[in-house]
Design a protein around this ligand. Sequence first.
Ligand code: PHE
Length: 400
Amino acid sequence: MKTGRGKPLGALVLALALFGCAREEASRAEAVDKTSEILVGEYGSMTGPEASFGQGTHNGIILALDEINAGGGVKGRKIKVITEDDQSRPDQAASAVTKLISQHRVVAILGAAASSNSLAGAPICQSNKVPMITPGSTNPEVTKKGDYIFRTCFIDPYQGEALAKYIANDLKLRRAAILRDVSSDYSMGLANVFRQTFVSLGGEIVAEQSYSKGDSDFRAQLTGLKSSRMEVLFVPGYYTDIGQIAIQARDLGIQHPLMGGDGWDSPRLIEIGGEALEGSFYTNHHHADDPAPSVRNFVDKYRKRHGYDPDGGAALGYDSMKLLASAMRRAASLDGPTLRDEIARTREFAGVTGVITMGPDRNPLNKKFVVLEVKNGRLALRAAIEPLAGSADGSEQKSQ
Ligand code: PHE
């Protein structure tokens, strides 16, 4: 066109064409979006010293995911879980979360297992307004990282208090010793609550020793503990260390039972510790022999799919995935703030680890738990402890 008026006309035609293209593009993107998968991130210890927590949790998540997708998914879309290995290290947990958010643009994140790893990942979820649900991190500080951070497990003040009461009131033991892992937020936190509650109930901590992640020789500490007048040895650590500690304790002639928290729970525990663990016991989220029909159903499906019994991490992973999917179904949209609000509204969700109602601090209220004992080389149910009123959530913790 040669006229002076041609130019604007040409530009207009071009602009309209571009606009048309853009509109077409947008509606195509929308269509793809509606049929494409919803991306959920998972970070956990697939390798390293806490690998069985990560693997169990992952296997539970995958079992739940298959059921959700077989039932049509959420909002007509399938869910895809993208898993990143944190190698049992907080620095790797932080990079895993960053990758899930910036590269994969996930709508929510499940993980991690060990509290120190969740403490590294949570601030990144919080600042990006991506809801995070940790299946198994029990340290109270995790959910204090912000209002986007939730959990499905009970917290350590609850577990530690219940354990101290069980020892003092039910077993009527008065003298305990503690061996804790100074490199683990979980171990330090749980040792503190146990000490505080046990002493408040009239008990005495007769000796205390420490180790650090990666240690393999615990003899010096155990020799120190042996000369105390302890009746029971509390070791709030992880399964890899517990097996070794039990073996070395028996070698040194320590006959007292060892006891611990959920960090003991792993198919590897008895494999490593064997006979040295007979008579020792720990608190846990779940027991694979629980007769409740919902648990039987879950255990059967898990065994069929993975070939072994689900541990606590597996049960919590399963519950976390289902709880998230249920919040996604209720949410008007999957943007961070809307999804966050819906997770916070979770009430009486029937999980395999108990009924979950989110408390004001984003910790479940009133979760039940069990005490498991190593008996004849197997895990046996020693006690099923009903919820301590209100205290699965630290906000309602009362000191007595
Ligand atoms: N509760 C442990 C922690 O906070 C980790 C854990 C997760 C233990 C899952 C058992 C099962 O560090």
